[in-house]
Design a protein around this ligand. Structure first.
Ligand code: ZN
Length: 413
């Protein structure tokens, strides 16, 4: 699938040292150092195209954009892959409800998502892969799992035997009761009769009447969600046979920790014998009026609507960055006004001939980002610099600060 337009990253002056990135790892339940490498393999779960792009999505893709930018600024290459679940129950349900063709709904939402990502200055993935185009990879992945004795047939559907992964549960750290609850809330079918374990996940769903299906050696049907991501990640991230971990970062919103990332990780480990990801990184949830922003509650704020209302996309970026990426928080529209005022002040300060020293600000931004992508701390450094500049401090290089902000924070003025 076509990705979106490339976003230029200005070079950062070589004299700035880039410390190793430290990031909170869900599997280890602490901040961990990301091993220094020449090349990173990053997989971030994409949207199901029926409600793009709300601020919860924007917050997630912004978090991984900042991680991507940081790793690239260390001089490493980042191979970045993202999927798009362009066939799944929620998409079909929405298309059915609205009386539109599911393909048209998906295409329109994918187009909207791409234009929102461009406006927000999010670096595009190297491979942007749809579930439908990945079906041959998914079929091969199911075959690998069959070879590992991890697949069984129930009626005409194929299931993944979760207990065949001896490490199942070690990425999400939940009790069995909690796993069952969440599995049921997030598309799982724990109560289906005939399953070996209530948590076993669908790999291939046989075609239902009035639903689409694709021909395969497992019959006409469509892929399960977890195997889709696992197959795309392992298929496109050029796994290094000499390493004992398949990929470096598996990312997404914190609502994907279980079952989605636990299942993909278990399947990936059984497919090639390697630990699936070295780091599991998750962004917080954005709410509105006291509740999590979600399609079922109908309390979504869309990026495209804010842009239509004339909001500067950089102000949206800054408003989101004023919270730490892992922090669940409520969206308050007044923060957009504050972000716009900050952006204007920044622009005025950067246009001065004489500005406060900039090296120290750039170093503080780098240090804040290296410490679990601490954007509130990075923005605070910029605010102090504006105050110092307005008070007549001199000695800085505004062009260099401007380039560093663009490269590291994606703030382009
Ligand atoms: Zn995924």
């Amino acid at each position: 699938m076509k990705s979106w337009a490339q976003v230029a990253i200005p070079p950062l002056a070589k004299r700035f040292e880039m410390p190793t990135l430290n990031i909170y790892d869900t599997a280890h339940q602490r901040v961990c150092s990301v091993e220094k490498k020449d090349r990173y393999r990053v997989y971030v779960c994409g949207i199901t195209p029926y409600d793009a792009t709300h601020l919860g999505h924007a917050n997630t893709y912004l978090a991984f954009d900042l991680i991507n930018r940081y790793l690239q600024a260390t001089g490493s290459e980042v191979l970045f892959v993202q999927n798009i679940t362009d066939i799944d129950d929620p998409l079909l349900e929405r298309a059915n409800r609205d009386g539109v063709d599911w393909r048209e709904l998906a295409t329109s939402q994918i187009d909207l998502f791409r234009s929102d990502m461009v406006a927000l200055h999010i670096l595009p993935p190297d491979h942007y892969i749809g579930a439908v185009e990945a079906i041959p990879l998914v079929v091969d992945a199911i075959t690998s799992l069959e070879n590992a004795n991890s697949v069984y047939l129930l009626d005409n559907d194929y299931y993944f035997r979760v207990r065949s992964d001896s490490e199942f549960g070690e990425r999400s750290h939940l009790s069995q009761t909690r796993m069952l609850e969440i599995f049921s809330q997030r598309g799982g079918d724990p109560n289906r009769e005939g399953k070996e374990d209530p948590l076993d996940a669908l790999l291939w769903l046989a075609k239902r009447p009035s639903e689409p299906g694709w021909d395969s050696k497992y019959g006409i049907g469509r892929p399960g969600w977890h195997i889709e991501c696992c197959a795309i990640a392992l298929g496109y991230l050029e796994i290094d046979p000499t390493q004992d971990t398949s990929i470096d970062i598996q990312g997404g919103g914190s609502d994907l920790i279980f079952p989605h990332h636990e299942m993909s990780a278990a399947q990936g480990r059984l497919m090639n014998g390697k630990r699936f990801a070295a780091n599991y990184v998750h962004a917080g949830m954005i709410g509105l009026d006291g509740e999590k922003m979600s399609k079922s509650k109908g309390n979504l704020v869309f990026v495209s609507q804010l842009l239509k209302d004339g909001i500067d996309p950089m102000a949206i970026r800054i408003a989101l960055m004023s919270h730490h990426y892992r922090e669940d928080h409520m969206w308050v529209s007044a923060e957009l006004t504050e972000a716009k005022a900050f952006l204007d002040e920044l622009q005025v300060a950067l246009s001065r001939m004489e500005v406060a020293p900039t090296d120290v600000v750039i170093e503080e931004i780098i240090s804040a980002l290296s410490n679990d992508i601490n954007t509130p701390r990075a923005l605070k450094a910029l605010k102090s610099w504006i105050v110092d500049t307005n008070q007549g401090a001199v000695g800085g290089k505004p062009g260099e600060l401007s380039r560093a902000m663009d490269a590291l924070l994606g703030i382009s003025i």
